[in-house]
Write a protein that binds this ligand. Sequence first.
Ligand code: S3P
Length: 178
Amino acid sequence: MNIIITGFMGTGKSAVGRRLAKKLRMEYLDTDDLIEERDGSKICHIFEEKGESYFRRLEAAIVREVSHLDNYVISTGGGVVLRDENIKALKRNGLIICLAANSETILKRTTGIQDRPLLNEPDPVRKIEELLRMRQPYYGKADFSVQTSNLAVEEVTRRIQEFLRKKDEGCSCRPGRA
Ligand code: S3P
């Protein structure tokens, strides 16, 4: 089984994913890192030079590949949920955990970092709110969500572990929130 960490930009996917992998003694990978490795360029350059739809195709190809792995914690880019085929592939052998945060927190965590082409806008707050609204139903397909705005990485990780433990014990956990 894999554990997939998704959610909007700036919700802590990489930090939480790395920590969770260490705690659970699982392997760790980040689909954005694989995309950059495969294309030989940074994500912001891929967006700039080849466009978002090229990026999404590459992302879907990487998702198909990693969904065949086992015992991995996989952090994804925040837009991975937009394609149904990605969700289906990742769910086949994995649980999807979605990290959430409010727009203020997202802005704070992403300001000054230049590698988020979608937020390279004159009014990033408006863009964040627009994307959050649009993506809400997609993030809602996750098996479990954690609101991270006021939580440290350790606490987010602990809540995910608790969810996994309960699931393992066979409690009838429906899609949940923490
Ligand atoms: C994206 C999020 C980014 C990266 C790309 C597109 C998105 O990853 O995949 O810039 O559509 O939300 P992070 O969520 O890790 O920043």
